[in-house]
Design a protein around this ligand. Structure first.
Ligand code: GAR
Length: 209
């Protein structure tokens, strides 16, 4: 049984989907803790499900690295196998990434490498994209640059708002994240292999120019 920590900042609909999926007997992973960087509304889903949660606020630490160290320590108390960033709206510091990656994944509301960053849905609309989507990827030291594990495409509708498009992306995102976690937990998706394939691709791209 793979033990998960889920990190959030907001409403937590992806967390809710993971809680519901992992509650099914036979699902090969369970959530052992939920962490947040703020008093996220989604923490209520953890409380309701009887899952331990914690808040580690950047403002309580002298710098981002120290915040990351405190967040890592809180996660370490729970004997976690995989950390899932599901709407955590912070860049994780290098020390945190090197401790957990490749067992550290993120879900992002765009088809990476397009539209990285905190405003992916807005940026896709502003660019006039006709399609966008969602990416689940391993977190590396960059911002939304890590090896892609799964993607799903969403067509952009004429005239729709950022909120409308984001909600339609999330409808794809929640099952995609659940399926990715299931694949990691049942061994059909090997994160170490995905990370090393991406690293060797990058090396051969650099070598060939
Ligand atoms: C999700 O769409 C997630 O991809 C996005 O925040 C949303 C959280 O929704 N994350 C990012 O934009 C990170 N760059 P939720 O709180 O309802 O799960």
């Amino acid at each position: 049984m793979l033990k998960l920590a889920v990190l959030i900042s907001g409403g937590g609909s992806n967390l809710k989907a993971l809680i519901e999926a992992t509650a099914h007997p036979g699902f090969p992973a369970k959530i052992v803790c939920v962490g947040a960087d703020t008093d996220a509304a989604g923490l209520a889903y953890a409380t309701d499900a009887g899952i331990q949660s914690f808040v580690v606020r950047p403002a309580d630490h002298p710098n981002r690295a120290a915040w990351g160290t405190a967040l890592a320590a809180a996660i370490r108390e729970h004997d976690v196998d995989l950390v899932v960033s599901a709407g955590l709206m912070r860049i994780l510091p290098a020390g945190f990434v090197s401790e957990f990656s490749p067992g550290l994944i993120n879900t992002h509301p765009a088809l990476l490498p397009l539209f990285p960053g905190a405003h992916a849905v807005r940026d896709a609309l502003a660019a006039g994209a006709t399609e966008t989507g969602v990416t689940v990827h391993i977190i590396d030291e960059g911002v939304d640059t890590g090896p892609v594990l799964r993607q799903a495409t969403v067509a952009v509708r004429a005239g729709e708002t950022e909120a409308e498009l984001h909600e339609r992306i999330k409808q794809q995102e929640r099952p995609l994240l659940v399926d990715t976690v299931r694949a990691i937990a049942d061994g059909s998706l090997d994160l170490a292999a995905a990370a090393s394939t991406a690293a060797s691709d990058a090396t051969s791209t650099a070598a060939t120019g």
